[in-house]
Design a protein around this ligand. Structure first.
Ligand code: BGC
Length: 872
């Protein structure tokens, strides 16, 4: 028996088992984690009225803010009485281009004490003077034909990566140098031999026909007195390389050859300025990179290295003039996201010689990235080939059938010498294993982990090591698939920004990492891809050859994703109400009787469900209602009350139509499938009485066969079961090890989450790094550990702590929410249940203890103890 809870005031902060060391908690209310447009000290902010935000911490319970003041340069918001605020939009005079603004936030606590913190950002520019330049496009036709080896790899049509350079004289006294740069394709810039920045695969993927992001880099330390060189290598990337599964030649989707645009803005100590820009006078040639393609791989002929090409003193007279291809700047926009970066390295866990000069290397973890190889004491001209795979075929053979046409093969032709380091620059692969051929021994090899830089915000740990491994696998799936856009998979010839995959995984992603900037950029891609009639697409960025309109649960991400982002981060600018309304009206227009049956595009149903198919109209109409209902909410938040009223009526009609057409006695939902019940319950399509019946039927189906949902129901399984009183069943699903199940994958050696529940299927559709089924990650935080927010709450202002122990003996989670740190750590054993939790300043929490006891608490640290047995 569980007794009444004892709420103890903690003398010290609660301990957390798996979490990294905590930063010290300030004794009094203090802002920290300052962000501008969701990024830390960004260069090149394009937003005219940027959002400045902060988190809060205090060691004192109940030390909540009552007011804040924001100062940006000379502008001040004045003291604003707003106890909920964790950010505000700049409201001062127009910001100047390319200018650094310092800013400070001060918060006042209830007792009058104040705390403050400072940060800065720099603005970008709207007006450009540079021209787009390229390697002479006519000359590409005369390039050397590919070598025999290249032909064998079917690299037809892949061209050497152009190098572009200019030199200029500068005097001493440069106080500030900013490089604003972008490419149609990918670029890597260099100034006087230094690599500029640490972005990979820049400028990132957008629909380049609509928007091209530029980045800004601080290159002040690289400038010299005298001759200076500004240079860049460009590659095809998503722009003109192989992209997606369309087998057509590169250049089909966006462009035919890479182009560069750059402006170097110099400020001297006497206040004078100078701009060095791409345009006439740039020279271009080729170096060691014979080709670099995202899907095919990259080939370096180190013998062709143009030593010193990015340094002063290089003789570029044999290079040809770069071609000016245009000066249209209308599509250039400042980056909204942090770039892809190299964010980790893995050493092999084993290396096996599998043939003469062929090594199979196991990095122990399925990732997205590439291999870095140091090659020592080789003769010139040796060909070293690195192939990649996620799994092995039988014994010691790389399995590559699931890569389809992505060769994922990198090649080095050695120059010879003491040591050469080979790391591709313009490709990435999804792999755990690498097969290296052409070397008798491997001197130094490691895997470089690449992903969009989204600061990690969550940790989770519990008493079941297999569940912990599942949590890790989910995190690795997130890393490997957040590569400029949220992709379905990083290995095969697909890697597209599928909307459903993103919407089902988003809640998990938001716990794991701060994905606000990443999704702020991607939501632009989603809206860019919306058709003139209002249809959201199935993938974003859009590219030719992929069915582009309207699958239920895919296109609806155009509403579901921004709504969730708003709730998590509190930034109502995520809510592009016009785009949402256009979508809902579009579906309504095509389906006047409000049953979504008219196919506006493909219908992927409940993709990869292993069980009986959910009737398509049930599934589609449920999403139609969900999109309409959330658009109503969004319209209210943005003060669009007329739209809210109009669509509120529409949502009510869809709900009635759904009930009439698909809901039978006792809450039976047509098709009688798990996903049918999950959608009806989660999307509020049933009366309370029907809900009881539907929940019972869902539970029975789950008990009978385990999880039988595809992508569109999987994220709802455990949350809906526990919301309807069946956390026992949710736990049973979590811990289940027979297929289909999450731990089946873990037991079979998964280090990421598989595309299919059981990992069995045609090789061409069998990715081992697909995150949709990893969407249970949300429930590990919100259910097992118990960190959630109340239904109407935004940015965790009203926290809900509701741990669901099941038969686990402990769990803990830490989550750096938009408001500040929320943590939970609980133990459950024969003696009782003990919970430690931290609630950030400005928030309150409702704590639901096992056994039904509920407490309201303020911000700060809290401990609850439930004693079992006689003592209670
Ligand atoms: C992708 C999925 C995607 C689906 C659409 C697949 O090829 O890998 O993740 O959502 O197509 O049904």
């Amino acid at each position: 028996m569980i007794g009444n809870a004892v709420h103890c005031a903690p003398a010290q902060t609660p301990a957390s088992r798996s979490a990294p060391a905590r930063p010290p908690v300030p004794p009094r209310l203090t802002p920290y984690g300052l962000r501008c447009e969701h990024r830390r000290t960004p260069l090149g902010v394009g937003e005219p009225r940027p959002l400045l935000s902060w988190r809060l911490a205090s060691a004192r319970a109940g030390d909540d803010p009552v007011a804040y003041e924001l100062k940006v340069g000379d502008w001040s918001s004045g003291r604003v009485e707003d106890p909920a605020a964790i950010g505000a939009v700049y409201g001062g005079p127009p910001l100047l281009p390319r200018t650094r603004y310092g800013w400070r936030v001060t918060v006042w606590a209830r007792d009058g004490a104040e705390g403050s913190a400072e940060s800065w950002f720099e603005t970008g520019q709207d007006v450009w003077q540079a021209s787009w330049i390229a390697h002479d496009p006519a000359a590409v036709a005369h390039m050397d034909p590919p070598t025999e080896g290249d032909q064998a790899l079917s690299h037809h049509g892949l061209l050497p990566c152009p190098q572009l350079r200019t030199s200029f004289e500068s005097t001493a006294g440069v106080t500030r140098a900013r490089l604003l740069i972008s490419a149609k394709g990918l670029y890597e810039a260099r100034v006087n031999g230094h690599r500029v920045g640490d972005a990979e695969l820049a400028p990132g993927w957008t629909d380049y026909r609509r928007r091209i992001q530029y980045q800004v880099h601080d290159v002040t330390p690289f400038l010299l007195d005298g001759e200076n060189v500004l240079a860049a290598t460009v590659a095809d990337g998503w722009w003109s390389g192989f992209t997606g599964f369309d087998p057509r030649r590169p250049g089909y989707h966006y462009g035919r050859f890479p182009e560069l645009i750059a402006e170097l803005h110099l400020t001297f100590d006497d206040g004078s300025t100078r701009v060095v820009a791409t345009g006439e006078g740039w020279r271009t040639g080729h170096g060691r990179i014979r080709y670099g393609d995202l899907l095919k791989g990259e080939c370096h002929d180190a013998r062709a290295e143009t030593h010193g090409w990015d340094m002063p003193g290089f003789d570029d007279s044999s290079w040809r003039p770069a071609v000016v291809t245009g000066d249209d700047h209308s599509l250039l926009v400042a980056s909204r996201d942090e770039p892809v970066r190299a964010l980790g390295e893995l050493l092999p866990i084993s290396t096996v010689l599998v043939g003469p000069g062929v090594h199979l290397v196991d990095f122990g973890q399925n990732i997205a990235g590439r291999v870095r190889l140091a090659v020592r004491d080789q003769e010139p001209g040796r060909r070293v080939t690195v192939r990649h795979g996620e799994t092995l075929d039988g014994e010691d053979r790389l399995h590559t059938a699931n890569l389809r046409t992505a060769d994922a093969t990198d090649v080095l032709i050695t120059a010879g010498g003491a040591e050469e380091v080979f790391e591709p620059r313009f490709t990435y692969h999804g792999f755990r294993y690498a097969e290296v051929s052409g070397l008798d021994r491997l001197d130094d090899i490691r895997a470089v982990v690449l992903h969009s830089d989204t600061p990690w915000t969550g940790t989770f740990d519990c008493s079941d090591p297999e569940v912990n491994r599942l949590h890790d696998n989910i995190g690795w799936g997130q890393r490997g698939n957040f590569v400029s856009v949220p992709t379905d998979c990083p290995q095969r010839d697909e890697r597209l920004g599928w909307l459903a995959d993103a919407q089902v995984f988003l809640p998990t992603a938001c716990f794991n990492a701060d994905v606000s900037g990443f999704f702020s950029k991607w939501m632009r891609d989603v809206v860019d891809a919306q058709s003139p009639e209002g249809g959201f697409s199935n993938v974003a960025p859009l590219l030719s050859g992929v069915a582009d309109e309207g699958a239920p649960g895919w296109a609806d991400a155009g509403v579901l994703v921004p709504w969730h982002l708003y709730r998590v981060y509190g930034d109502d600018r995520f809510l592009d109400v016009d785009a949402m309304v256009r979508w809902v009206d579009f579906v309504a227009r095509h389906n006047p009787d409000l049953i979504w049956r008219h196919r506006t595009g493909p219908h992927f149903a409940d993709w990869l469900a292993p069980g009986p198919a959910t009737p398509r109209e049930v599934l589609a109409t449920a999403f139609f209602h969900r999109s309409a209902a959330l658009t109503v909410e969004a319209a209210r938040v943005r003060g669009r009350y007329d739209e809210a009223e109009r669509l509120g009526k529409l949502a009510a009609r869809i709900r009635a139509v759904f009930a009439e057409a698909f809901v039978g006695d006792g809450g039976l939902v047509e098709g009688d499938t798990q996903t049918g019940y999950l959608l009806a319950l989660a999307f509020d399509l049933l009366t309370p009485e029907q809900s009881r019946g539907a929940a019972a039927r869902l539970a029975a189906l789950v008990e009978e066969s385990g999880p039988l949902t595809g992508f569109l129901g999987v994220n709802l399984l455990c949350p809906v079961l526990s919301a309807h009183g069946r956390d026992d069943l949710a736990h049973a699903l979590l811990r289940r090890t027979d297929p289909p199940s999450w731990l089946y994958q873990v037991r079979h050696g998964a280090t990421t989450v598989w595309e299919r529940w059981d990992g069995v299927g045609a090789a061409s559709m069998n990715s081992f790094n697909h995150y949709a089924f990893g969407s249970i990650g949300e429930w590990l935080y919100s259910g097992v550990a118990g960190i959630d927010q109340a239904p109407g709450s935004v940015a965790f202002r009203e926290v809900v702590i509701r741990p669901l122990p099941g038969d686990l003996s402990r769990a803990s989670a830490r989550y750096e929410s938009a408001r500040g740190l929320i943590s939970v750590s609980w133990h459950n054993d024969a003696e009782g249940f003990r919970l430690e939790t931290r609630i950030p300043p400005g928030a309150t929490a409702t704590v639901h203890l096992p056994g039904g006891d509920t407490r309201r608490v303020t911000s700060g640290d809290h401990i609850f103890e439930l004693v079992r047995g006689e003592k209670a």
